[in-house]
Ligand binder design. Structure first.
Ligand code: F6R
Length: 251
């Protein structure tokens, strides 16, 4: 695991965007696995800047996203589909038909999850998967559990996740209670994983992710078994790893 320490959110976003841009440059028909949430917003801004400089071309890139709320239309401004258009797709020359997310408006959970998993397989798998991390160690919407889910599936969101996401909705009661998410197996099949984290409140879970017991109670801990993971964090999110395992950090 490579852990890159950056000074602040801006530097973190630049570094993460550079890593994604490198994949786009080296494999112009590659598959990017993308994430929503607050943390990657800066990464997408920086990636758009790199695109505007003419350094990268998205015309043959495909993307798939980690997850989507269930029971929400694409046009809803809280859907992850909307988020991706707003924060990335509408600013670069990606073909809309080359982008895919689980379809939250499809009530057939088994059918939608099977379609999505088959789609990822038909693209030849994910070249780089971008991840944020929840306070409980969730990646995608793989919440603490007694097992690691192998494939895309439908989940009930934990109250901690509903509360954390309530800031985007009128109230916690309006946050959808279910989501479709890639499984841990889907994420672990990506050739590279890039995890971004910012802020003091992520310091403990990052420490557990990197050095804790590998357990489905902390789903992100499975990343210890992936052969190509890079974590890019700011000083606050990496503070506990820096204090306990400074030798793990690259600058
Ligand atoms: C988003 C996702 C989630 C977030 C996580 C962290 O697609 O799958 O796992 O990455 O909840 O969210 P932020 O970045 O808002 O702290």
């Amino acid at each position: 695991m490579k852990i890159i320490l950056t000074k602040n959110y801006e530097e973190l976003s630049k570094k993460a965007a550079e890593i994604l841009a490198e994949v786009v440059k080296t494999k112009p028909n590659g598959v990017l696995g993308l994430a929503t949430g607050s943390t990657p917003i800066g990464t997408y801004k920086e990636l758009i800047e790199i695109y505007k400089k003419g350094e990268i071309d998205f015309s043959n890139i495909n993307t798939v996203n980690l997850d989507e709320y269930r029971g929400i239309e694409k046009s809803n401004d809280q859907s992850y589909d909307y988020f991706m258009n707003d924060n990335l797709f509408s600013h670069v020359n990606i073909k809309k038909e080359n982008t895919d997310l689980p379809d939250g408006s499809n009530p057939d959970a088994d059918g939608e999850c099977a379609r999505y998993e088959a789609k990822i397989e038909s693209l030849g798998g994910i070249d780089i998967q971008l991840l944020g991390i929840g306070h409980n160690g969730h990646i995608g919407f793989n919440e603490p559990a007694d097992h690691f889910a192998p494939k895309t599936h439908c989940v009930k969101l934990d109250q901690i996740t509903i509360d954390a996401n309530a800031r985007f909705f009128a109230s916690a009661a309006d946050v959808p209670k279910e989501a479709y998410t890639m499984g841990i197996g889907t994420i672990m099949s990506a050739k590279k994983v890039l995890l971004v984290a910012t802020g003091e409140d992520k310091a403990e879970i990052l420490l557990q992710t990197v050095k804790g017991t590998v357990t489905p109670a902390v789903q992100s801990s499975i990343l210890q078994f992936h052969h190509d993971v890079t974590i890019v964090g700011d000083e606050k999110s990496l503070s506990k790893i820096m204090a306990e395992y400074p030798e793990l950090i690259s600058k």
